[in-house]
Design a protein around this ligand. Structure first.
Ligand code: CA2
Length: 441
């Protein structure tokens, strides 16, 4: 017999649907959809069912409070501006017998005088304010404890995280520093270990043993990099849809004894692109390189709305393989392959150029194509971040092209892995700043 999970109503009042779009200095950059997704994940971990709602109408909020009276084991409520005005919301909550946790993203006591008083607080079991959207997660966690969820204590004490990166030649990686700094900033005990096959004198065949050992030693999860992103797949119990489609995994989460593979590389490029070149034309884009990150970047470009992507690689079979994989997911009309000899023709009609080859990295300096093929209307994106300004970006900027460096991709892939490992929303802005400081060293 399956036991019913206790239901927690997470209710949100007026204007919270604007979250992420305005006033980020007060409310952060996450959208309400991000908060909802994180609440659901945390609820699931704690054995709770989350009913997440938002309304701009006072009567609707009141109707939902009445509904919670009958169905909810607990209420998390951010009544937004109604906090400070609504006796009706107070009366509705007064009729509820379950615990009520009042949440405010901002510290209302630090703000205008009219926000200092809350009608709701006099009926709330507890009030959380000023912790950003983390307040919602803390409230859910606290409710789980109050409701006697058998998993509440484990999740609570799991604020210690042990993660690592398996790959070869990874000593210079900035990922451990990014994760550990964000973990510390979130008040977590967070340790990130490098497991470098090269320094250990091991080959890819050691991967299975290392993953088993990490699971046995209580690792929360692992990042996986070259040369193990494909080799890890047969060692996993489950894959996210994107990782399955890409045939590459860079993040493994140990969940209830299972190993679940994800790919955050594509998300890293997509998020960097969305933020860095939000209004860039994307009817036709040329991608140089179909190696290590080729599939993930192509996947990201197509997800971001690139209508036609032309992939160019010196090894034709590699370009064909990446194109075939993405065509299977996005349709054959959106992806094609061009021979390096045809690059001038491909670029002539392109809006943008993405370099995924290693040319431009500190150890492979130079340009991946002739600078004569660039023109000011073309935007140019990189995935290389060491150096942050490659020869290609320098040449493109000199011509007046809009450019995107690879730093953001490195940060957002790490941020997404952090979210998968911890269930906690990282502060991407803070991670970007930290990364910039690390690069400046
Ligand atoms: O800090 C909070 O969570 C508040 O409940 C948010 C309310 C405010 O009236 C309370 O005093 C404190 C406002 C919600 C509106 O949210 C926006 C988000 C982004 C852009 C504009 C509004």
């Amino acid at each position: 017999m399956t036991r019913m999970r206790p239901i927690v109503y997470v209710l949100n009042g007026p204007n919270l649907n604007l979250l992420g779009s305005r006033q980020p200095e007060i409310y952060g950059r996450e959208t309400l959809a991000d908060v909802e997704a994180a609440c659901r994940r945390i609820g699931a971990d704690l054995g709770l069912e989350i009913e997440f709602r938002q309304t701009n109408a006072e009567f609707q909020l009141i109707d939902w409070i009445h509904e919670s009276r009958k169905r909810a084991a607990g209420i998390v409520i951010n009544p937004a501006a109604l906090t400070h005005t609504s006796v009706a919301v107070l009366d509705a909550l007064n009729a509820c017998e379950c615990p009520i946790l009042e949440v405010h993203i901002s510290n209302i006591h630090k703000r205008e005088e009219f926000r200092h008083h809350s009608f709701v607080s006099q009926v709330a079991t507890g009030v959380i304010c000023g912790f950003g959207t983390q307040g919602y997660f803390l409230a859910i966690q606290h409710l789980a404890r109050l409701l006697g969820s058998p998993r509440a204590e484990t999740v609570q004490t799991q604020s210690a995280f042990l993660v690592g990166l398996i790959g070869a030649g990874i000593q210079a990686s900035l990922t451990p520093a990014m994760h550990e700094r964000e973990g510390a900033a979130q008040g977590l005990r967070y340790i990130y270990r490098l497991i470098d096959l090269q320094t250990l004198g091991l080959g890819v065949e050691a991967l299975a043993g290392l993953i088993t050992a990490a699971g046995q030693m209580g690792f929360t999860g692992l990042n996986i990099t070259h040369p193990c992103k494909q080799a890890v797949i047969p060692l996993l119990d489950d894959l996210s849809d994107d990782a399955r489609s890409l045939g590459a995994v860079n993040t493994v989460v140990f969940e209830d004894g299972k190993r679940v593979g994800h790919n955050t590389d594509w998300f890293g490029f997509a998020e960097n692109f969305r933020r860095g070149l939000p209004d860039a034309r994307r009817d036709h884009v040329v991608q140089l390189g179909a190696g290590g990150a080729g599939s993930a970047v192509a996947h990201a470009a197509l997800t971001c709305g690139v209508k036609k992507l032309t992939i160019v690689d010196t090894v034709a079979e590699r370009a064909e393989a990446v194109a075939a994989g993405r065509a299977a997911r996005f349709g054959p009309d959106r992806v094609s392959v061009a021979d390096p000899a045809e690059i001038a023709a491909a670029l002539a009609t392109a809006d943008g150029l993405i370099n995924t080859t290693p040319i431009g990295m500190a150890k492979y300096p130079g340009l991946p194509l002739s600078a004569a093929l660039l023109r000011p209307e073309l935007w140019v994106a990189e995935i290389i971040y060491f150096p942050i300004e490659t020869d290609l970006l320098r040449a493109a900027r000199a011509l007046g092209c809009r450019t995107l460096d690879g730093g953001g991709m490195a940060v957002f892939q790490a941020a997404e892995a952090f979210r998968l490992f911890t269930g906690i929303e990282p502060d991407a802005q803070r991670m970007l700043q930290h990364f910039a400081a690390l690069c400046a060293k």
